[in-house]
Design a protein around this ligand. Structure first.
Ligand code: S3P
Ligand code: PEP
Length: 481
């Protein structure tokens, strides 16, 4: 394993991204230990997945759109920069949101090529923007962080070729690659192997209304992970007047037609509610999350079913205030039994935090169906096994599963591998274990730049302090697995 030292300039969210392996010179972040039960409200910023879908659809629409309370984090800044580069205008407008301005997006008359898109480490950018770029005239190059160059891209690259787009890559099915858009795509019927990522499907469906014949997309591989995210894509299209539907478990259809402009409020990111809700299992007490949606396609909604497995009581009031309560957390001598849960279809975003808290269970836990997490920001199966083992946990890393048995945990450095969810997982372990230090807590800026402020506020019982919106934004690869 290598550690790199950072000596370059700070990352500028609207400027050039620094894609080399870096370490911020702040040093490791000592994860705070909880000393008393929690009693706090935590307002979670907007959903990454919804914000990014709406940025793409707004840029492809036939009229301007207003996105209220969008997520302002590295992944959405990269997406907004990508749609700008392809010709859309993204303006800021004060919407009174706590975490930054609204976005008003005016679509381009015609999408323009001749640009290089930085995907950072954002799966959404690397899988959603290339199909959009096939509608632009001219060459478009895609690149990203070193860690991003390991993420699967063959589903997108092969699909573009099958749609008649000229793509140049080095044959590895990874970033970087270049493509040459001719300004139009015929579309029609297409087969794809999306077993490595549902985002291959979502990316194609988002641009499909602008294909001459729309798209009938059929998945040919084993199973597609993260099905709720595909439902989210279909729903986003339908909200803009597009005829988009699931034909069967592995086939989706989008009719050609206009994408209308929209004025909408982005839901809070429920996957980012996970560390705060799970904190009650470790520290005991109560965490309240406002604005929990009544109905949603976000996988994070599964937390309402998962937290009770940890002994938590979860309820949502009529005004959308979710309450998650644990009478006796781990630090008060409480306990909960391990469990088995399959994450093949949904919940991959939640697994790292869940695995971390399973390390405190009184019996074995088995988290199965998680092979596709090996292609996420890092190989999350290996990273979790490595870091949990480093703090004393008894973990088996299987091909597609983690088995976690009770053990005495101890302090150690917790490596984040540029992965926001590895960082929040280390913070969860640190609530009950002294001496956990995260090597790269800044990796949380991928989707939650306010993480440190909110986490420390949670422990102090008050998260109302103003938080820096333009927090340093990274995705810096500090340590390789
Ligand atoms: O469509 C989306 O917004 C996402 C789909 C999922 O990807 P995979 O299908 O690659 O797991 C999820 O893990 C990712 O965080 C966001
Ligand atoms: C897998 C994730 O991100 P991405 O959108 O980069 O795939 C995630 O946020 O957990």
């Amino acid at each position: 394993m290598e550690i790199f030292n950072y000596s370059g300039p700070d990352f500028d969210i609207y400027g050039d991204q620094q894609s080399d392996p870096l370490v911020l010179d702040d040093g490791p972040w000592p994860a705070p230990v909880a000393t008393e039960p929690l009693d706090v409200e935590v307002e979670v910023p907007g959903s990454k997945s919804i914000t990014n879908r709406e940025l793409v659809l707004s840029a492809l629409a036939n009229a301007p759109s207003t996105l209220r309370h969008p997520l302002h984090a590295r992944d959405t800044q990269l997406m907004s920069e990508a749609v700008r580069q392809l010709g859309a205008t993204v303006d800021e407008e004060d919407g009174g949101g706590r975490y930054g301005p609204n976005w008003v997006i005016t679509p381009a008359e015609e999408l323009e090529g001749g640009v290089t898109i930085d995907c950072g480490l954002a799966g959404n950018v690397m899988r959603f923007v290339p199909p959009m770029a096939s509608l632009a005239l001219g060459p478009v190059t895609f690149d990203g962080d070193k860690a991003a160059q390991k993420r699967p891209m063959s589903g997108t690259i092969q699909a573009l070729r099958d749609l008649g787009v000229d793509v140049n890559d080095d044959g590895r099915g990874r970033l970087p690659f270049s493509m040459y858009g001719t300004g139009a795509v015929e579309g029609g019927e297409l087969e794809i192997d999306a077993s490595a990522s549902s985002q291959f499907v979502s990316g194609l469906l988002l641009s499909a209304p602008r294909f001459e014949k729309g798209l009938t997309l059929r998945h040919t591989g084993s199973s597609v992970p993260s099905l709720p995210h595909i439902e989210m894509t279909l729903e986003s299209l339908r909200n803009r007047g597009v005829d988009a539907r699931m034909i069967d478990e592995r086939t989706w259809g989008v009719e050609p037609g206009p994408i209308s402009g929209i004025d909408m409020t982005i839901e809070p990111d429920l996957s980012n509610a996970a560390p705060f809700m799970l904190a009650t299992v470790v520290a005991g007490g109560e965490v309240r999350i406002p604005n929990w949606p009544d109905e949603t396609t976000q996988v994070g909604d599964l937390l309402r079913e998962i937290l009770p497995k940890f002994g938590a009581q979860v309820s949502v009031a009529a005004d959308g205030l979710l309450t998650c309560r644990v009478e006796r957390g781990i630090i008060q001598g409480g306990s909960f039994e391990g469990f088995t849960m399959d994450f093949a279809d949904a919940g991959g975003e939640l697994v790292p935090n869940i695995a971390a808290v399973c390390a405190f269970a009184s019996s074995e836990s088995r988290l199965t169906g998680i092979g596709h997490l090996r292609g996420h920001e890092t190989d999350r199966v290996k990273a979790l096994a490595t870091e949990l083992t480093a703090v004393g946990s008894d973990v088996d890393e299987l091909d597609e599963a983690l088995v976690i048995r009770p053990a005495q945990l101890h302090g150690a450095e917790w490596k984040c591998y540029a992965d926001h969810r590895m960082a929040t997982s280390g913070a969860l372990v640190g609530l009950a274990v002294e001496g956990i230090a995260l090597d790269d807590v800044q990796s949380t800026s991928k989707t939650l730049p306010q993480f440190v402020e909110l986490w420390e506020g949670m422990l102090a019982g008050d998260t109302s302090a103003p938080v820096e919106v333009d927090a340093p934004t990274n995705g810096f690869l500090t340590t390789e697995l």
